[in-house]
Design a protein around this ligand. Sequence first.
Ligand SMILES: NC(=O)C1=CN([C@@H]2O[C@H](COP(=O)(O)OP(=O)(O)OC[C@H]3O[C@@H](n4cnc5c(N)ncnc54)[C@H](O)[C@@H]3O)[C@@H](O)[C@H]2O)[C@@H](O)CC1
Ligand SMILES: Nc1ncnc2c1ncn2[C@@H]1O[C@H](COP(=O)(O)OP(=O)(O)O)[C@@H](O)[C@H]1O
Ligand SMILES: [Mg+2]
Length: 283
Amino acid sequence: MEKRLITETTARRIVRPRARNTYKGSFGHVLVVGGNDQFGGAGIMSAGAAVHAGAGLVTLATKPVNFTALHTRYPEVMATDYTDQDSLAPLIQSATVVVIGPGLGTDAESQTALTFTLSHLTAAQTVVIDGSAITLLSAEKTPAWPAARIVLTPHVVEFQRLSRLAPADQTPTAIQRYVDTLPTGTLLVHKSDRTTLYQAGAADYAQNTSGNPGMATGGSGDTLTGIIAAFVAQFGWRPDVVAAAVYTHSAVADALARTRYVTLPTMVIDQLPAFMDQLAHHD
Ligand SMILES: NC(=O)C1=CN([C@@H]2O[C@H](COP(=O)(O)OP(=O)(O)OC[C@H]3O[C@@H](n4cnc5c(N)ncnc54)[C@H](O)[C@@H]3O)[C@@H](O)[C@H]2O)[C@@H](O)CC1
Ligand SMILES: Nc1ncnc2c1ncn2[C@@H]1O[C@H](COP(=O)(O)OP(=O)(O)O)[C@@H](O)[C@H]1O
Ligand SMILES: [Mg+2]
């Protein structure tokens, strides 16, 4: 299989200066469904990353126990309860991009929220499926893939659950063979120390060139989902847009790692606006 590289040039082509005659509606609405009683931070980090990466509007559907923490940390984010289906349905309908899974958990309530959300999506929308949502879908004999455009973001062990491929067997050829069984056009971000990006039906794959071990902290992947969602919400559905998001997430961490031993997810979130300004305005 032919390998391409995801580089700063990839990101610079996507993150361009904003037009003057724009408003919040110009940059999409991201809905994050995640954060149960135990993993509230995952939903908060995903939603916070979406705001900092430029989504026009962001809502987090989470357990109410997380509302105060969310609004204290990121007051830009709106909140709803994912167990309240009457409130959730119109938010799914109006979302440009839905993220589902960060900190969602795998209990009955999480399963209900997942099934409800995926079944309400339509073809013009994008869904980023991560974390617990991947684990839940892996337990289904034939996962009910939604009608939307799909981005899957498994780490090595989540990908093992999904594909039944042991980590040592997760070669580019084997990963592509699995991805080709998914709905046409589906993107798969295979997360590791050198993250790779695949598309169902494609002849090549792309490898990220940014990232460092300082990112090995819980929440790094949750943060990536919000960045991918915000990029697709603003810049459109294209493999290169997702590639640019993957690059940006890790490149921000690389910049921080020059002076920091660990590059915490919340540090990466804080630096996103400055890094995107560099991409858009400074050669
Ligand atoms: N602050 C929070 O609220 C956090 C919530 N989280 C959520 O917790 C839920 C469970 O996710 P987890 O990923 O922790 O648990 P999983 O049960 O999905 O992960 C299983 C194992 O995979 C291993 N693994 C991950 N990447 C690997 C790699 N590249 N090579 C080898 N092994 C690897 C992990 O060490 C872990 O032991 C998800 O919904 C996730 O979003 C986590 O993101 C951690 C932070
Ligand atoms: N050693 C490393 N080098 C480069 N990137 C890393 C490293 N460790 C983790 N990452 C990145 O951090 C993220 C971890 O995602 P994930 O395991 O889903 O975390 P979480 O679920 O805790 O948020 C991925 O984007 C991965 O590529
Ligand atoms: Mg994860």
